[in-house]
Design a protein around this ligand. Sequence first.
Ligand code: UT7
Length: 335
Amino acid sequence: MKRSVIKSTGRYLPSRHVTNEELTGMFDSSNEWIVQRTGIEARYWVGEGEDVGTSDLAYEAAIIALERANWNPEELDLIVFATMTPDLNVPGSGAFLQNRLGAKNVPALDIRQQCTGFLHGLEVCDAYIRSEKAQKILLVGAEYQSRYLELTTENRDTAVIFADGAGAACIEAVETSEDVGIITSILHADGKYSGALHAGLPARKSGHIISPDVIKNKEYLPYMDGKAVFRLAVTRLPKVANELLAKANMKIEDLDMVLPHQANLRINDAFRERMNIPKEKMYNNIQRYGNTTAATIPIALDELMEKNMLKSKDTIMFIGLGAGLTWGGVIYKLM
Ligand code: UT7
């Protein structure tokens, strides 16, 4: 049976290191507030004056993953690109990445599922591999979100959280009778909550996409009802974690590591406590990177690999929730 195995990973953080102190010099906030309410101490943003797109961040992570897998871009059967901040609305960022990699004629699919983009990507890769449509897939999660932020007191809730970065994984079809690779996945969506976290353009209203009103009302900025998203996260993450465990016929003790989306350290702490997950079995890095949306999970996975924190036959749960509303998780077992 074909199984989807993560052969290698890579990550890229852009050049500008932004501390809480730097931000609190621009608007009314404090390092204490940001650390206490989010866990974030610093993040990386694309440097001022750097003309890059999200696909350029993805490229840097992708070439590391490809080199570690010893894969030539032309060998790929598919590129899957998860982002909520694409280079352009049309075409998708996958096309830009495909071109920069020189992955001649390789199909490139964009996934626009925000914080669960990488989880959706894993499920798509697994479906391609199990149905024998692909052998070698490059999956990336990348975001260039700093350009959407307004550094004002009015918009400080989003300004302190969102950040830039990219993570990549080379996913290979392995013929095996062992229960390894992607074991199972569950994804959910509930569009009823789409208003809780959204960015306003292109708007769902008549008239030209850019109008004086759009500019005056700053409709292009992201809007987040932080409290609502927070409440949804702390209730739905444990629920989907239990669904995943039941589907895989596992108990929480069977997991060696839990890698949650990095939206807020308090969300992950609440989830950990509710699920009785020991502290050392959950990996968080939001302190150093902020919330890089579709890139949080692959960046953290790359760090886990680099630090040798995972060993053969370890079982990991990837899990997350975000705009849409979308939420879900994946259980993965190392070869
Ligand atoms: O990955 C995407 C999914 N997104 C999420 O999962 C986000 C989930 N939500 C959150 O992370 C939190 O709700 C936030 C970090 C966004 C906000 O934390 P909170 O504890 O829910 O604060 P709050 O919105 O209830 O605001 C409390 C106070 C307010 O002031 P008043 O009305 O009590 O005077 C805010 O204006 O904190 C104020 N505030 C800030 N103060 C200093 C909001 N943002 C800031 C800030 N610095 N950056």
